[in-house]
Ligand binder design. Structure first.
Ligand code: ZN
Length: 136
């Protein structure tokens, strides 16, 4: 049940291209994937840092979750994602512990992962995602 590592850190950005340039030029990382997740109304860009990814999120719609987040809180760290073996077991246990779940069952996220979110009201202000790699 315990997460194996931080799968990624999600960062809300206004301009994906500018931010990609920053991560490549200043941090020396390589953007290895850009993907649109229509379901979440975002375009994402990924960088690998050890076992952990940086996931940049640009909203494709001001009414989408990232668009609304930026309007309310501005750009910056949006969520933290933990890698787990069995997402459903993790969710069931969190549910049992009174955590408010945004997703009661995992759904498909970027990069083919099964993902689910825990509500920040129940996680002391940190929007928390869990990720299960079905190809592992
Ligand atoms: Zn994420």
């Amino acid at each position: 049940m315990k997460p194996s590592h931080i799968e990624h850190i999600g960062i809300a950005v206004k301009n994906l291209d500018e931010q990609i340039e920053y991560y490549q030029k200043v941090l020396g990382l390589t953007c290895y994937n850009v993907e649109e997740v229509a379901d979440q109304k975002v375009k994402t860009a990924f960088f690998m840092v050890g076992e952990t990814k940086i996931e940049l999120l640009e909203s494709t719609d001001p009414e989408g979750p990232i668009g609304k987040y930026i309007e309310k809180k501005g750009v910056g760290i949006h969520h933290i994602a933990f890698a787990v073996d069995k997402a459903q077991d993790f969710l069931d246990n969190a549910d049992k512990n009174g955590v408010q779940l945004i997703d009661k069952t995992p759904r498909k996220g970027a990069e083919g992962l099964n993902i689910a979110f825990l509500h920040p009201k129940s996680t002391h202000g940190v929007l928390t995602e869990i990720c299960e790699n079905p190809n592992k």
